[in-house]
Design a protein around this ligand. Structure first.
Ligand code: B16
Ligand code: MG
Length: 219
């Protein structure tokens, strides 16, 4: 029986991929590193430190852990500056409608994001009231594809994994949901989230009616 929903943030509720890209690009340009959209795609749902390691490895650069941490911090400052422009108009189409519908029907709702900026993003969107709990990049040590963030969210909702559906746009996020024993909805192309239990191309198609129809025996 489904009692709760756990939503990834970036790529599900809103899309700040462009702001992340611009911030990483600015840092990479300063360092003389190569960074393009193809590398950026590998960062979807990946934590900040794991992201900078991917970019560093792509450039075959030799950087110690301490410097790497400071570079990631620099990128984060660029990203945070861009977040100031985010507003309640920046929900992905369909996301706000689904959150309102879930509240109205009495489902419990948590956030399950790798981002350490998740609370700021929710606040900029004015989305904080739709969530009963927030699990983010500050909540657990291990990030996706480990299930820890979603398990933290489910625990905060006082629900078991099998009572929750996780919404994810990243391959590693769907892996994390499955590993934790959650039901999963993938948002995006088959090549990325085709391994989820159910997949929708965008959040627009993921209405509560469509979700209930896809998980018939669980409602
Ligand atoms: P931060 P999600 C993820 O958010 C982003 O998809 C990913 O690109 C980013 O590197 C990660 O958050 C960490 O973000 O630097 O703000 O801590 O999709 O898990 O909501
Ligand atoms: Mg995401």
């Amino acid at each position: 029986m489904i009692k709760g929903f756990i939503f990834d943030l970036d790529g599900v509720i809103t899309d700040t991929a462009e702001q992340h890209f611009e911030a990483w690009k600015k840092l990479a340009d300063e360092l003389g590193w190569i960074f393009d959209r193809k590398v950026n795609e590998k960062l979807r749902g990946v934590s900040r430190m794991a992201s900078i390691n991917i970019i560093k490895d792509h450039n075959k650069a030799n950087v110690d852990e301490d410097t790497l941490f400071h570079l990631a911090e620099k990128k984060n400052n660029y990203y945070k500056e861009a977040l100031k422009e985010l507003s309640q108009d920046d929900f992905l189409p369909g996301a706000k409608e689904l959150l309102i519908h879930l509240k109205r029907e009495g489902f419990k709702v948590a956030l399950g994001s790798s981002s350490k900026n998740a609370k700021t993003v929710l606040s900029q969107l004015q989305a904080t009231p739709y969530f009963d709990a927030v699990a983010d990049g500050n909540s657990t040590k291990r990030s996706k594809p480990e299930p820890d963030i979603f398990l933290f969210g489910a625990k905060a909702l006082k629900l078991k994994p099998e009572e929750c559906i996780v919404f994810e746009d990243a391959e590693s996020g769907v892996d994390a949901a499955k590993k934790g024993g959650f039901h999963s909805v993938g948002i995006g192309p088959k090549g990325r989230v085709g391994h989820a239990d159910v997949r929708f191309e965008t959040m627009k198609e993921a209405t509560l009616f469509a979700v209930k129809s896809s998980f018939k025996n669980l409602f």
